[in-house]
Ligand binder design. Structure first.
Ligand code: ZN
Length: 104
């Protein structure tokens, strides 16, 4: 579990678990389908990251696409900053709307 247990102590946390996948490699790279999957708790901010496989033809929502490159690089370098940013977007409902659009 992402949250609630730390060092053997059970901490009650009813925070919502959010997740996000993003591409790490350029489309021309042979590792393009290897993406980063982040899962975090919106309340206590515990998170875990893992390598996930996303087929080349699957469109991933890129919340950083509109950011200027320096800002984007700053976020990608730090998972904590990235999660902060993503969490704000999700709270505003942007992620949910994007998911519904994809579902059709
Ligand atoms: Zn939590």
């Amino acid at each position: 579990m992402v949250h609630g247990v730390r060092g053997g102590d059970t901490v009650a946390c009813a925070g919502e678990i959010l997740s996000y996948r993003y591409r790490f490699y350029a489309p021309s790279d042979r590792f393009y389908e290897r993406c980063v999957g982040l899962t975090w708790c919106s309340t206590c901010r515990e998170y875990s990251g893992a390598m996930v496989f996303v087929p080349r033809n699957e469109d991933l929502w890129d919340p950083l696409a509109d950011l200027p490159m320096p800002e984007r690089e700053r976020l990608v370098r730090s998972e904590v900053k990235l999660l902060d940013y993503l969490d704000r977007l999700v709270r505003r409902g942007i992620d949910r709307r994007a998911s519904r659009d994809r579902a059709g």
